[in-house]
Design a protein around this ligand. Sequence first.
Ligand SMILES: *Cc1c(COP(=O)(O)O)cnc(C)c1O
Length: 473
Amino acid sequence: MTERLHDEARPMLQAAANLAADFLDARRDSPVSGDESMAAVEEQLQAWDFRAAQPLEAVTAGMFELLGRHAVRSDHPRYFGLFNPPALPAAIVGDLIAATVNPQLAVWSHAPAAAAIERKLLQLFGTRIGWAAGEVAGTFTSGGSEANHTALLAALARRYPDWAKHGVSALPIRPAIYVSSQAHLAWIKLARAVGLGSDAVRLVPPTDGLSLDADALAAFIAGEPDRDPVLIVATAGTTAHGAIDDLRGIAAVARAHGAHLHVDAAWAGGALLADEGQALLRGIELADSVTIDPHKWLCVPMGAGMYLARDWAPLESAFAVRTGYMPSASLQRRDAYIHSLQWSRRFIGLKLFMALAHLGVDGYAQMIRRQLRLGYELRHGLQTSGWRVLNDSPLPLVCFAPAIGGDEQNEAVVRIAAGIVESGVAWLSTVDLGGQLVLRACITSHETTREDVGVLLDVLDRARSKIVPAPAS
Ligand SMILES: *Cc1c(COP(=O)(O)O)cnc(C)c1O
């Protein structure tokens, strides 16, 4: 059996690679919104009863077909939704290598090359943040949620020396996490996961409704003297509106309270590879730790997150354990299992390494710059054709609405978004902004062109003209 499997590996892998390339070639001509009917999927799945063995090529072709048809094609160049970009080919190859070699990254000694590659990448991003290479600590994670989870555990370990042993219930004070009310709601889940409960997440309303400012934060904390600010989170690039919190001001508030400052840059942090992106995120260097998701702006396959920090000690307090069966446990070598949440660990960093090696930092910077520019063009195009643009993010994410107000606006926005999604030509979503529903379009794909933005503007204008009178010009 072993021999047979091995003999078949080459033709199987070659066939799969060809089918994968076919899938990529067909991407642009596919409708953006797929068939979302659960019943249709379940019916198709009935054919897969696992009774008879099937040739792998047929199974592979069947999977590309099924998955491509029954999905919102977030990999499409005219998908203007959340940050799930198509994976770069070099990063896909990275995932193939990781699966083929399948190194175990729990301990350094089992896969020194893989461990060193991840360390090198963390240092690269740490220095892009603005830290000295020697002070970069951290770990690759499954995504932003695990990276933020790590931040919360590190903050608890730093602030309360007894927490690692006795847990939160033994603390004489009520630890609190301060975040913008516009922050990613993963914080609620994480507060529950560490036993603090969702009430420990203090949602601070930004003064302008979008990006958290230091005054609002300071006043909010001052109003709750019975709570202990263990973690203050600034978001650099909110999911809904692309807002960047006041990083410098919030850092000063965190310092005044001795709180751990975490910057959640899950999406926008990828832009640090471009000088323009670094300029937008200035102040991020003041953070104690940062989340960046390579599976967002850096276009590697899910899941890939990074937790970057300036200090190993809180990670070791939170995660270090001693076992008799793990080889070569040594703090000096920073075995992953003693400074991170996972134990057996996939080689997450390789797909990012491959993409960086293939594109170079400059290639990535160009990609980011192009997307920033397309964002400006979209914003400008919308304004020119009479839409009200409602956020002023420098990131390529535009919130907008037809120039009407109140309930009529909400209804028009829902109908416009639904009409466009149904057409299959483009995909965009709606989002709440200050109690009103607005349209949200984000440049997420590195394959999106100026022509694609033009198509979006056209379908938007057409959808609007069916619903509201044309704006006076
Ligand atoms: C996406 C995102 C998260 C969650 O990250 P996952 O990779 O989906 O777990 C957290 N914060 C922000 C700002 C995000 O954009």
